[in-house]
Each structure stands twice: as structure tokens, then as C-alpha cells.
Ligand binder design. Structure first.
Ligand SMILES: Cc1cc2nc3c(=O)[nH]c(=O)nc-3n(C[C@H](O)[C@H](O)[C@H](O)COP(=O)(O)OP(=O)(O)OC[C@H]3O[C@@H](n4cnc5c(N)ncnc54)[C@H](O)[C@@H]3O)c2cc1C
Length: 348
């Protein structure tokens, strides 16, 4: 368990253990700031969130530089953690044990511990964890991500985690060989659903957009883009009530939202585009958020927030790019910003 005493004030506390959190930890640790990480705990909010972040829900990551053969999401995150710990990152655990830093190939297990609340009203800040853990910190980096929304169907979650052709990120997974020349479907009717469908149409033989209503929520220009694409067909007034297939998706069962009539659609892949939920509720309004509840940056080129000394990085501030590489880049910026803050305030 990381050393804690009544009077100790941490230089940097990092909340979150996805690409943003671990990259912040690597930079802060290499600057001898001995960061303390709250890695999170598996929870359903409403979709599953795991320590290690969104990449724990994916099998192949093919677009992160440095892994020419690709890498599984969990293995990549175990490597991020290992690298952070190697330079002196401390991880808050709830069992008093040191975290497992064994090689990802040897069955690495992640440390679990949630940050339950924060007091950012005065410096040093207070960060609470489970079992009355209470930590004081000069700077805090929030890297809690934004969870992709899923339908919440049992087989959807199973196939998503096993690489069975169900995903919540077309840009991340659409180019994988498993989806090439297949009939795919995107669930959703907003701008991002049209974007995902248009992207998938580059690789797929056909893309269905499954939408609950009889008109898209997407902007006029995006609607036109979907209508003009000969590979995209919109299935109106339909919702997915079951995902079919054992090892690999074979299709979905649809229900008509007007007649309740059920039908089956054969598919080689299914993509959710029904929004994201930023993990910012635990901040309890202490940082300024935008209308979608993403953390607002004080300066778009930095990681500064509405509270001096509190920084934010990754998908919890980014409703646009939402990629591991962009999250990691922001994690780097947040650690450099925290380091500069500490130097400017004379904290050794
Ligand atoms: C199915 C899927 C496939 C994807 N594939 C790719 C891909 O191939 N390539 C790519 O670049 N991107 C991919 N992405 C996107 C990528 O996963 C995200 O952009 C990236 O993980 C964001 O990193 P992050 O660190 O900001 O947040 P996350 O990875 O979401 O991590 C957030 C972290 O915060 C923790 N946390 C949350 N609340 C608390 C709390 N209260 N206390 C403590 N910890 C907390 C969580 O446990 C988690 O560790 C994919 C996303 C999905 C959904």
C-alpha cells in the first residue's frame, strides 16, 4: 500500500488508469514526482468500465504506433502500467498488497481502487478512495475517460469482449480484416452514427443503420451523406433486442418500434454509435463541465481546468477524437502542466 500519513501531501494524484492516466503517470514518475494512481474498479455505469479503461473492451489494437503486429487492448494497458510502475508510480490498492506488475503475457491482474469523491475547493486538494482512504494532493490529474454507451444485451457484451464482431468504435475496429466485405450495422441515428456508417462503408459490402425513429437526429448535411452512399441502408423504426451468434456475431433480432413485429437480420459485425458517458459524476460539480458533461479545459492547448492545480486529460475532456493516442498525448501534457505548476509554487 502506498505510504500514507496524516501530514503527507502528494505531489500528483492521478485518477484513472487508461492511456491518459498511465501516460501522465509515466511522465510524472520520470520527473521524480512519485505519482499516486487511483486505477478505478470494475463497474456498470450503465456499461461496463474496467481499470485499464476502454481498451479493456477490445481485442485488437492496430492503430497505436509502436505495435506493428497489433496488440490486444488489455495487454497494451498492462504494458502502460508496467512502464509507469518501473519509474516509481505508486498505485492505490485496497488490499494492502503491492500491485501486480508481472509481464502481461503471464496473466497480469490490475489493481482496483475507486476515487469516490474529491474536494477541490481548497489547496492542497483532498481525494477520497474506498474504505475511507483520504489523500491530500498539491495537484490532481483527472483522466477518467468517457464510456461508450452499449445496448446492455448479454450477448452484445460477451461478443464485444471476445472479439466476436461487436464494437463501439468504427474508427478503431472497422478496418480489421474480420469486418472486410461483410454486411455490417451501426446502431444510432446521430451525426456520429452517420460518420461511423460512412467510415465502415469503405470496407464493408453493405452497412445498415438501425434507428429507433422514422427520422435521423443527424444534421441535414450528415443525413444527406448517408442517403447518398449506395452502400448505406437505413432501417427505420427498428431496435436491436438481441445479438445472435456464439463465437462470432451472426446477426441481430430486431423489433419494430411501431408494430412490435420481430425480424432477424444477418450480419458480420455490429457497431454501437449511441453516445458516450463521461466519467465526471464523482467530481460533483467542482470542475466546470460542458453541456455533455465533459470537463471544460481553461485553455484548449493545455490541460488546465477551471480549478488552478487540477488538470484533465483524455476522453473525459474530448468528445471529438476519443482515441488511445490522443488520450495518451493529453496525459503527457497534463503531467508536464502539473510539473510546471509544482515548480512555480515552489513544491519540491
Ligand atoms: C470497443 C472499443 C474499441 C476501441 N479500440 C480502439 C483502438 O483500437 N485504438 C484506439 O486508439 N482507441 C480505441 N478505442 C478508444 C480508446 O479506448 C479511448 O479513446 C481511450 O481508452 C481513452 O483513454 P482515457 O485514458 O482517456 O480513458 P479510458 O481508457 O476510458 O480510462 C478511464 C479510466 O478511468 C478509470 N476511472 C473512471 N472513474 C474512476 C474513478 N471514480 N476513480 C478511479 N478511476 C476511475 C477507469 O477505471 C479507467 O481506468 C476503443 C474504444 C472502444 C469502446
Amino acid at each position: 500500500m502506498p505510504e500514507q500519513s496524516e501530514n503527507k501531501i502528494e505531489k500528483v494524484v492521478i485518477v484513472g488508469s487508461g492511456p491518459a492516466g498511465w501516460t501522465a503517470a509515466i511522465y510524472a514518475a520520470r520527473a521524480s514526482l512519485e505519482p499516486l494512481v487511483f486505477a478505478g474498479r470494475p463497474k456498470q455505469v450503465p456499461s461496463l468500465v474496467l481499470p485499464g479503461g476502454q481498451l479493456m473492451m477490445t481485442t485488437e489494437v492496430e492503430n497505436y504506433p509502436g505495435f506493428p503486429e497489433g496488440v490486444t487492448g488489455p495487454k497494451m494497458m498492462a504494458k502502460f502500467e508496467q512502464q509507469a510502475v518501473r519509474f516509481g508510480t505508486r498505485i492505490q490498492t485496497d488490499n494492502g498488497q503491492n500491485p501486480d506488475v508481472s509481464d502481461p503475457d503471464d496473466g497480469h491482474s490490475f489493481a482496483y481502487h475507486d476515487c469516490t469523491k474529491v474536494d477541490l475547493s481548497q489547496s492542497p486538494f483532498t481525494v477520497w478512495g474506498e474504505n475511507d482512504v483520504c489523500v491530500k494532493a498539491h495537484t490532481v490529474i483527472i483522466a477518467t475517460g468517457a464510456t461508450a454507451n452499449w445496448l446492455g444485451l448479454e450477448n452484445e457484451q460477451k461478443l464485444a469482449r471476445s472479439g466476436g464482431g461487436v464494437s463501439a468504435c468504427a474508427v478503431c475496429d472497422g478496418a480489421l480484416p474480420v469486418f472486410r466485405d461483410k454486411e455490417l450495422a451501426v446502431v444510432g441515428g446521430g451525426d456520429s452514427a452517420v460518420e461511423e456508417a460512412s467510415y465502415l462503408a469503405k470496407f464493408a459490402s453493405k452497412v445498415y443503420m438501425i434507428h429507433r425513429r422514422d427520422e435521423l437526429r443527424a444534421s441535414k448535411i450528415m443525413q444527406q451523406r448517408a442517403m447518398d452512399n449506395p452502400k448505406i441502408e437505413i432501417l427505420w423504426n427498428k431496435q436491436v433486442v438481441d445479438v445472435l451468434g456464439d463465437q462470432m456475431i451472426s446477426g441481430v433480432r430486431l423489433s419494430d418500434t411501431q408494430s412490435n413485429e420481430e425480424s432477424e437480420l444477418a450480419l458480420g459485425g455490429l457497431f454501437m454509435a449511441i453516445g458516450h458517458t463521461p466519467a465526471t459524476a464523482f467530481l460533483d460539480g467542482q470542475l466546470e463541465l460542458d453541456e455533455k458533461r465533459y470537463i471544460k479545459l481553461a485553455d484548449p492547448y493545455r490541460s488546465t481546468t477551471s480549478v488552478d492545480g487540477v488538470f484533465a486529460a483524455g476522453d473525459c475532456v474530448d468528445s471529438v477524437y476519443r482515441q488511445a493516442i490522443t488520450a495518451a498525448g493529453m496525459g503527457c501534457k497534463s503531467a508536464l502542466d502539473a510539473e510546471a505548476w509544482l515548480a512555480n509554487h515552489g513544491v519540491e
